[in-house]
Design a protein around this ligand. Structure first.
Ligand code: GDP
Ligand code: MG
Ligand code: ZN
Length: 349
């Protein structure tokens, strides 16, 4: 049995009520999406967890607030009629060019970016996550997990290096094994607030969710001997904590493109952007030109080479406008082809 929390505990507030009222249909009922499968979704209505039908062509994400209406004839399942305008969207784009950005979770307050201490912290990966988190509108927090797997010096070193790429971001260190640091998460786990856990597979996300939920709700997996985690979490899962906070666990994401995260990149690399503003050359590529402000910052140690390279790389990735135009080209091509087929049909005797 899933405990039934009432709408407010799920994050429902006056703003959402106003968004629902905009739809001008008093028979529609609000619900929050807790799981998305193909064509079917689980939603929490505040009174129950229901399986409902998703309208074809409507993209629905875990965390969405939706309006439910009656289902089709002969189907007693309700139907998602509309998605209330999202306040915040965490998107990823599959690595290959031209694929649509996919919504990982919606209406998140805090993104916990998890990285484990039993391997090498991946700062370059973290930078991408940070850019996407800033872009989403949620507040990122870096969560260093498995502190029991490292010495105190190693933990301190890890915090230091994370802070070097996450200026102004809170860093929390935890161990799900010993319980160390878990209390530091309390400020984020507040009734009605939604926290999404993101990070590579094997970082300890599901283990943490189970610990916080006080129950083995999610499958967890041993890390493979090659250091890679197994993808034990196959779905985005939405978990209501006993204290009232909401957690979204996600499968690990490897290919993480920052398509459309232009402003997020600027925020995540605020330190580099500030240095770049001082560059004497308006169109500097900051690739080692004589007199470049970033080259100077490199040589006197104000900037790390890895960070500069990461920034240049992320800046060079296609942005939303590029993606939009790429999609328009594909759409045009499809339309022309469809028209040609229709013309040919019409021309048939
Ligand atoms: N030493 C240690 N191992 C942990 C900790 N948390 C999780 N693990 C282990 O790390 C592996 C991956 O955990 P899991 O929660 O499935 O990671 P996820 O892929 O991020 O959901 C499992 O074998 C866990 O038992 C921790 O705090 N300390
Ligand atoms: Mg997992
Ligand atoms: Zn320059």
């Amino acid at each position: 049995m899933v405990a039934v929390p009432g709408l407010a505990a799920l994050g429902w507030d006056e703003g959402w009520a106003a968004a629902l009222a905009e739809l001008s249909d008093p028979t529609l009922l609000p619900a929050r999406v807790s799981r998305v499968d193909r064509g079917l979704c689980s939603v929490m209505t505040g009174e129950a967890v229901d399986r409902v039908v998703a309208e074809r062509g409507v993209e629905i994400a875990v965390g969405d607030w939706v309006a439910l209406g009656p289902g089709a004839a002969n189907d007693d399942r309700q139907r998602i009629v509309a998605v209330l305008p999202r306040r915040c969207v965490f998107r990823r784009a599959a690595g290959t060019k031209g694929t649509a950005p996919q919504i990982v979770a919606a209406n998140i307050d805090t993104v916990l970016l998890c990285d484990a201490l039993d391997g090498h912290l991946s700062l370059r990966h973290l930078e991408r996550y940070l850019a996407l988190a800033w872009q989403s509108g949620a507040t990122p927090v870096v969560l260093i997990t498995k502190s029991d797997a490292a010495s105190a010096e190693e933990v301190a070193e890890a915090v230091e290096s994370v802070k070097s790429v996450a200026d102004g971001v809170n860093v929390v260190v935890v161990s799900a094994t010993t319980g160390d640091g878990i209390g530091d998460l309390t400020p984020y786990l507040v009734p009605g607030r939604t926290v999404a856990l993101l990070g590579l597979s094997g970082a300890g996300k599901s283990t943490l969710v189970n610990l916080l939920a006080g129950a083995d709700l999610l499958a967890t997996g041993a890390v493979r001997s090659d250091g890679k985690g197994r993808h034990t979490t196959t779905h985005r899962e939405f978990v209501l904590l006993p204290g009232g906070g909401l957690l979204i666990d996600t499968p690990g994401m490897r290919a993480l493109s920052v398509v459309g995260a232009g402003e997020g990149v600027e925020q995540a690399f605020h330190d580099v952007e500030v240095l770049a503003r001082d560059c004497a050359y308006a169109n500097c590529s900051h690739a080692g030109e004589e007199g470049c402000a970033l080259a100077a910052a490199l040589s006197d140690g104000r900037l790390a080479r890895g960070r500069l390279e990461a920034w240049l790389r992320l800046k060079a990735e296609p942005q939303a406008s590029d993606y939009e135009s790429a999609r328009r080209v594909v759409d045009d091509r499809k339309r022309r082809k469809a028209n040609k087929t229709a013309d040919r049909r019409a021309a048939r005797p």
